[in-house]
Design a protein around this ligand. Structure first.
Ligand code: AIR
Length: 410
């Protein structure tokens, strides 16, 4: 056993519920100096490594792209995600393994769990990789989701739409993100086109039709649970999407204190009910009459939690490292109102100029813009290249800054 690794539990003792759920037989505390192996080397892995390095952890990332965002700040193993030899090498070089995206190959997840320590296990990955399994798990934890039906054919789609009523959203059960694999259906005439769009090939993927929730706003809560079961959540973020990609996170969310409290409770109930370890991002819809419906879960750091990097005592990335290493969780207090704005490929040059030159509007609006750029070697329209956390006295000022910069008006 490494000196910095404390086994909280003697061999032969009963495993904690978190350890049982994760498949890990003991809960281990990994102190600074330990190496965290990360499956995936994109921006989430990079920001995790930057936060964890500040606490003295070492990192190694596995990513197929040479010079991936993480590889610029940590050692990188360059290989396909499903390359077993590379996964074995990651396990050999790491004291604890985590991941920064959720479509992890099940075989690799099992191999890593066998050859290293994976406190998050693979059960939650298996659940969140499939919308129907995810919805069933959310409902089993006693938390509401929007009404939905499983759909396997055009005929079933028509039946489901008649039952749920329009508008609805048709989604693939696996693989979609940032609006890919989705179609909104507002009228009956759009059913066939939506089906063709979401299931274009000969083989029909598993589909799910969800009733469109007439929400007042979309909010999300990032919660954390440590390997020994401590739970904390960050303040809810109000999220505004453009073309199905997150554009803005506004914190405090512009909903009542009661909705904010219930959103946090709901996320904490879910993370505890799912016996998750690490972060769980819970996206939800808040309706005008104060109801909350969970839309999606992500068992990893989340774009809507990037505001925590500059606006909270602890960032979501530090919290994730703390949770998987079984350190006490950090304080999640919000220090200042903040607006996070995503920088996509088409915004990159302008965003750098707007934050790296002296701009009068920052002073006038009392904004402190904090720039984060991910180091992706190729910039593309719609690709997430960075974000800016606009620290402000009032989120209205942050929104004015975004508006006045004119960068995001396309
Ligand atoms: N990511 C993972 N799930 C959702 C998101 N946004 C992050 C991870 C992953 C990166 O996006 O950090 O590695 C991939 O970004 P791209 O631009 O290469 O597709």
């Amino acid at each position: 056993m490494r000196p910095e690794e404390l086994k909280l539990q003697e061999a032969g003792g009963a495993a904690s519920p978190a350890a049982q759920a994760s498949g890990a037989d003991t809960v281990r505390t990994l102190l600074p100096g330990s190496t965290v192996g990360v499956l995936g080397g994109g921006q989430l892995g990079r920001m995790m490594a930057l936060a964890g390095s500040a606490m003295g952890y070492r990192f190694v990332a596995l990513d197929p792209a040479p010079d991936a965002p993480s590889g610029q700040v940590t050692p990188q193993i360059t290989a396909a995600y499903n390359d077993r030899d590379a996964a074995r090498e990651l396990a050999r070089r790491s004291d604890v393994i985590t991941y920064e995206f959720e479509n992890v190959d099940a075989g690799v997840a099992a191999l890593l769990a066998e050859e290293s320590y994976v406190p998050q296990g693979s059960a939650l990955l298996y659940t969140t990789q499939h919308r129907l399994r995810e919805k069933a798990a959310i409902e089993a934890a006693g938390v509401p989701v929007a009404p939905y039906r499983k759909v396997d054919s055009l005929a079933e789609l028509k039946e489901a739409a008649a039952e749920l009523g329009l508008p609805c959203v048709l989604k693939t059960a696996t693989g979609g993100y940032d609006g890919k694999g989705q179609a909104v259906i507002r009228q009956e005439e759009e059913l066939e086109e939506a089906f063709r769009q979401v299931a274009p090939g000969e083989v029909i993927p598993e589909l799910v039709l969800e009733k469109f929730v007439a929400f007042q706003c979309e909010i999300s809560v990032v919660a954390a649970r440590s390997a020994s079961g401590e739970v904390k959540s960050f303040p809810p973020s109000e999220n505004i999407h453009v073309n199905n990609i997150l554009h803005l996170s506004i914190v405090p969310a512009r909903v009542s204190a009661d909705i904010q409290r219930r959103a946090c409770e709901l996320a904490e109930t879910l993370i505890a009910g799912l016996n998750a370890v690490g972060l769980l991002a819970v996206e939800m819809f808040a309706t005008a009459d104060g109801e909350l419906f969970v839309n999606e879960l992500a068992p990893r750091p989340h774009n809507s939690g990037h505001y925590t990097m500059d606006a909270c005592v602890t960032s979501q990335f530090e919290q994730h490292v703390r949770a998987i290493c079984n350190l006490p969780l950090g304080d999640t207090t919000l220090l200042t109102p903040v607006v996070m704005v995503n920088v996509l490929g088409q915004h990159l040059d302008g965003a750098i100029k707007a934050t790296c030159t002296h701009e009068e509007k920052d002073n006038k609006l009392g904004i402190v813009p904090k720039l984060h750029i991910y180091g992706k070697t190729e910039s593309k329209t719609g690709r997430k290249m960075g974000h800016i956390n606009l620290l402000c006295k009032d989120t209205g000022d942050g929104l004015s800054w975004v508006e006045q910069s004119k960068l995001w008006r396309n």
